[in-house]
Design a protein around this ligand. Structure first.
Ligand SMILES: [Zn+2]
Ligand SMILES: [Zn+2]
Length: 83
């Protein structure tokens, strides 16, 4: 099951399960669309170099049984401006 992380790993913006602007790589590194398009080199995941795609929105009736993660992940990538 896909881990729906609650925030952007780069700028710490909240990305709830129904966020339309969340993107993920194949390892579920999660970013906001702004970081993906404006900060991340080549628009790729800074952790694995992989492709970032829009995160699918989990239907609300499934979230009760398969809740989103509440474990925030933030990493200093240098270009994120938090280093
Ligand atoms: Zn961000
Ligand atoms: Zn990645």
């Amino acid at each position: 099951m896909l881990t729906l992380k609650p925030n952007c790993e780069c700028c710490d913006k909240d990305l709830p399960a129904d966020a339309a602007d969340a993107v993920i790589c194949s390892f579920e590194c999660t970013f906001c669309a702004d970081c993906a398009s404006e900060r991340l080199p080549g628009g790729r995941c800074p952790n694995c170099g992989g492709e970032l795609v829009k995160r699918p929105v989990r239907p609300v009736d499934r979230l009760a049984k398969f809740p989103a993660s509440d474990k925030r992940v933030v990493k200093a990538h240098g270009f994120c401006g938090s280093a």
